[in-house]
Design a protein around this ligand. Structure first.
Ligand SMILES: [Zn+2]
Length: 937
């Protein structure tokens, strides 16, 4: 009774303290022992703050159990006798509290522990209240199994060349899994320092965020590694690994020791990552004007890894394909990928680690920035990779998702672990990066860089919200201001920054950016140009929902963006600028012009429709002299035209007319993009078995692009962009059964097979195409699978997997899905991509979907709801469908598992995708058929 009274009291205090954590009902959940659990929220109370964790972990790689002991120093904000913290799947064997009383510590007081698993929380109840401003030490001993999946402290395995299986244990905590490795205050704003000790046996070594300071030798061939005390950081960034990995190391110009750790037999694939990490780390120190604060940075390729990589401070972890570069089997695009992933994780050492979002609703402050910094850092350190070309693709991806009604605002509510996991999506990453790109263009590079330096310095070792970023960007100041310890704030700075838009008028960055982060969707700018007068208006852009549809009008209500428009005209290449803040507006030019093109170089996050004869003029111009527009503008025009077709604004034949100039296109990136639309339509026809259109479209593509396809060599020569064009074009040509392509690929495959898999004759850029063509025979498929088993290159294994998934034999595709499900030969980490690959294959689309339905509960055992893998499976396995019957089937299935998926966004996205495909076909099939026939030679 007393206990309960105490509890109610605390709730009252908390209410006064922090309104948003107020209590909605006063009933308390029941703990596992039948007593009331003293807290009923998902988020922890704020009355106890962790200061320091002393953590000892001892994994046993034979019994797959680990023992842990943690001593957490806490301070008390409000008097309480309850401490609530997170713990998941940990068996607590003892717990006690110590009080620091002057210099002497009082004796340990045993405490009572309650557990409430649905919230992944435990509570400690003390007989006496803990007093404000006193230090307490919470000691907990516990035991747990090494986790089976990819979260918490989990086991991973790899095979040596001679077939031996070796074990290791590694951590992945983001977003809410630190609690699976040690009891902790597992929310990003509870930052603390960590002193970590790891026990291990003689064959293994241990790594953690900080460098090792000493090793003690214990009995029984046991060693205890002690790591230096960490900087102040969030729980999700803590990491440790026990393995037999080996490393290569070098030191940066500022003295940071950088090491790349891999399984011993892959050490020769670690050198490129080491070089890239050194260059990029040195770049960031310069760009952010803040030294990397730890003495070392380890990059570790973990053989089982669910996402791409993880930015644990000082101990970044990667999927093997995201870190290892094998000159024999890694293609140009693999190299670009590795470089960008390293650029991403190292950016997080500042964005995310040094300054962390206050809560997961603003995860874009971590991920949008890290994605954007990939481009800035790789462009500066590896200009030959021409990374900025791929920012276009990032924004196309973001717009694809954001033009659906099921999209969400960048900042969205996320409370439970499933919702939080689902925040790690293209909206946080790609849209985040694209709106930052727009903002950088709006503010100028100098102001943008100074603003983020200000943001990072002001919020170091602490947390931030959206508004903190806008404030910093509006108030950039010089280095001296920082070093003097003051943060400048000047309104005049804002006006100075705004010179490029309005000379006199002030604008409010937060007001502008809130329209991009707090509301979902993307604006459509409708332009009507008449001599020197340009009328503009904005709407919400919606794919698959047309203006004459009944729901269209209601979906427009309340949407308004502040759009920093840019344009060029037939008379001036000087960029015109206009900040559109209303639904409509007029721009008066100084003289009459023939044409106008908005969204210069696609630096803005909006789609443009040219009304009247606007598109006719553009199509004519492209056909006459496409170099009138920059290559990014050309890519932007092609993209906009096809988006407008999906939105019912432009007829398909106009978009197709626009692509006709592509046979003269000299930019690889634009060519690939335009071809991508044609290939996408071709695949849709093929999957729907619309054989006459499929055939004529195939002929059209091969006729129209014959010259450029024939120009491709089967080599690894040329710039990265030439090499990526080659990979993509040859893959498409062989997929379209272009005889010279298939013949050459078969020839290379036979040679490769005859030589027992000797790669010297197959250039890495065409490896995937050669494997795909080879997989079409039973012998080829089986040989590839055997090769998969023994390959020591995960880059090669990825290519083999795609090739195996492209064969036309249903039985083989089923076998492949089963192998990925078993997780022995093909690792579980690759299961979602295998399902996706099979579903993109016309021969496998229904097979993959049936497989997902049949194995649904098994899939949920392997991957948590909301995880990237589950979303890839849900969205990937259904994205190809375009018939009403398929739509009904998919809806029926989601209905049957409603209880599990109700809190996910992914099923909505899947359904909307299919609806959009159905509508596209209904509207465009006749036009398409007619256009192709008219344009075939
Ligand atoms: Zn990230």
């Amino acid at each position: 009774m007393l206990l309960l009274l105490h509890i109610l009291n605390f709730v009252g205090i908390n209410y006064a303290l922090n309104g948003e954590r107020s209590i909605e009902n006063t009933s308390f959940p029941i703990a596992t022992n039948g007593q009331p659990f003293p807290w009923n929220k998902l988020r922890l109370p704020g009355w106890i703050l962790p200061v320091h964790y002393d953590l000892l972990i001892h994994p046993n790689l034979t019994s797959l159990i680990f023992m842990g002991s943690v001593k957490i120093e806490v301070t008390v904000v409000h008097e309480t006798s309850t401490i609530v913290l997170h713990s998941k799947h940990l068996e607590i064997t003892s717990a006690a509290i110590e009080e620091e009383n002057g210099k002497t510590q009082a004796a340990l007081k045993q405490t009572k522990v309650l557990e409430y698993p649905p919230h992944e929380q435990i509570a400690f109840l003390y007989a006496e209240p803990l007093l404000v401003d006193k230090k307490y030490f919470l000691s907990i001993n516990y035991i747990a199994n090494l986790s089976d999946g990819f979260y918490g402290f989990y086991k991973s395995t790899y095979k040596t060349k001679d077939g031996q299986t070796r074990l290791l244990a590694s951590t992945h905590f983001e977003p809410t899994s630190a609690r699976m490795a040690f009891p902790c205050f597992d929310e990003p704003s509870f930052k603390a320092n960590y002193t970590i000790k790891i026990r291990r046996d003689g064959q293994h070594s241990a790594l953690s965020n900080m460098p090792k300071v000493k090793t003690l030798k214990l009995d029984n061939n046991l060693f205890e590694d002690h790591f230096a005390e960490s900087v102040k950081m969030s729980t999700y960034l803590v990491a440790f690994i026990v393995s037999d990995f080996q490393s290569v190391s070098r030191t940066t110009s500022s003295g940071i020791k950088v090491s790349v750790y891999v399984t011993p037999e892959k050490l020769n694939q670690a050198h490129y990552a080491l070089e890239a990490a050194i260059k990029i780390l040195e770049f960031y120190e310069q760009y952010f004007g803040i030294y990397y604060p730890l003495p070392k940075q380890d990059l570790v390729a973990v053989p089982d890894f669910q996402s791409g990589a993880m930015e644990n401070w000082g101990l970044t972890t990667y999927r093997e394909t995201s870190l290892l570069y094998d000159p024999e089997t890694s293609s140009a695009s693999d190299k670009l990928w590795v470089t960008m992933v390293i650029g991403h994780e190292l950016a997080h050492q500042w964005f995310g680690n040094l300054v962390t979002m206050e809560w997961w609703n603003d995860i874009w402050l971590n991920e949008g920035f890290a994605r954007y910094m990939e481009f800035i850092s790789v462009d500066a350190t590896y200009p030959e990779l021409q990374v900025n070309d791929y920012l276009l693709g990032t924004c196309f991806a973001a717009m694809g998702r954001d033009s659906m009604n099921s999209s969400r605002p960048i900042s969205s509510k996320a409370e439970n672990p499933t919702q939080i996991k689902e925040m790690f999506d293209t909206v946080s990453y790609d849209k985040g990066a694209c709106i930052l790109h727009m903002l950088r263009n709006f503010l100028t590079e100098e102001v943008f860089q100074n603003g983020i330096i200000h943001y990072l310095k002001k919020h170091s070792y602490s947390n931030a919200k959206n508004n903190d970023l806008w404030t910093s960007l509006a108030n950039t100041c010089s280095e001296e201001d920082f070093t003097s310890g003051k943060f400048c704030y000047s309104k005049s700075q804002v006006a100075k920054n705004a010179h490029i838009y309005y000379v006199d008028e002030r604008f409010d960055i937060a007001e502008i950016m809130n329209t991009w982060t707090l509301q979902k969707g993307i604006p459509l700018i409708i332009v009507e140009q008449n001599q020197k007068r340009i009328k503009i208006r904005q709407e919400r852009f919606l794919k698959g929902i047309f203006p004459h549809d009944p729901q269209w009008a209601s979906m427009q209500i309340g949407f308004l963006w502040h759009v920093p428009l840019t344009y060029i005209t037939s008379h001036s290449k000087t960029i015109g600028r206009h900040l559109l803040k209303n639904h409509s507006d007029t721009i008066e030019l100084e003289e009459d012009v023939n044409w106008v093109k908005f969204n210069v170089d696609m630096n803005g996050y909006y789609i443009v429709h040219y009304e009247g004869n606007g598109w006719d003029t553009i199509i004519k111009l492209l056909n006459q002299n496409h170099t009138l527009f920059s290559y990014k503008d050309r890519a932007n025009l092609i993209h906009n035209a096809f988006q407008l077709v999906s939105a019912g604004r432009l007829s398909l034949d106009r978009a197709l007319d626009l692509t006709q100039y592509l046979q003269h296109e000299s930019s690889n990136i634009v060519l690939l993009q335009g071809l991508g639309y044609l290939a996408g339509i071709y695949r849709m026809m093929e999957r729907r078995n619309i054989s006459d259109v499929t055939e004529s479209l195939k002929r059209y593509i091969l006729q129209h692009f014959k010259l450029v396809i024939d120009r491709q060599t089967w080599s690894d020569e040329g710039s990265i962009s030439d090499r990526m064009l080659r990979s993509a074009l040859l893959e498409l040509a062989c997929d379209l059964q272009y005889p010279p392509c298939v013949q050459k690929a078969n020839e290379l495959f036979s040679k490769w097979m005859e030589s027992g898999g000797n790669l010297t004759n197959v250039p890495s850029d065409v490896l995937e195409t050669v494997y795909s063509v080879g997989s079409k025979t039973a012998d080829g498929w089986n040989f590839l699978l055997e090769r998969y088993k023994v390959s020591m290159s995960s880059a090669e294994q990825g290519k083999i997997c795609s090739a195996l998934a492209s064969c036309k034999d249903g039985a083989k595709l089923t076998r492949l899905l089963e192998l990925a499900m078993e997780g022995h030969i093909i690792k579980t980490q690759d299961l979602s991509s295998v399902i996706y690959s099979v579903s993109t294959n016309p021969a496998g689309q229904h097979l993959a979907w049936k497989f997902v339905k049949k194995n649904w509960s098994k899939l949920l055992e392997k991957f948590p709801l909301g995880s990237f893998s589950i979303r890839t499976i849900i969205i990937g396995a259904t994205a190809q469908f375009s018939s009403k019957q398929e739509l009904e089937e998919v809806k029926l299935f989601f209905e049957s598992v409603k209880e599990e998926v109700s809190q996910l966004r992914a099923p909505q996205i899947a359904v909307e995708n299919i609806e959009k495909n159905i509508k596209w076909l209904e509207r465009n099939l006749v036009t398409l058929t007619k256009w192709i026939l008219e344009n075939l030679k």
